[in-house]
Design a protein around this ligand. Structure first.
Ligand SMILES: [Zn+2]
Ligand SMILES: [Zn+2]
Length: 58
């Protein structure tokens, strides 16, 4: 996996985030720089905040 914007590769086992709008894999720097008109870019990993998760048993 590497950044589709600047081509940088992850250091170590670090996983890149991705744009929640276009799905491009972006390194932390490109996420901060923005994508799809959003600055910083919309993270594709924020789905953890889905309120439907409250239905889960703990
Ligand atoms: Zn990048
Ligand atoms: Zn994007």
């Amino acid at each position: 996996m590497q950044c589709e914007r600047c081509g940088a590769g992850p250091s170590g086992a670090e996983l890149f985030d991705y744009c929640g709008l276009c799905g491009q894999t972006l390194c932390p720097y490109c996420m901060a720089a923005g994508c799809c008109g959003q600055t910083p870019a919309v993270s594709g990993r924020t789905e953890d905040l889905d309120p439907d998760d409250e239905d889960r048993e703990r």
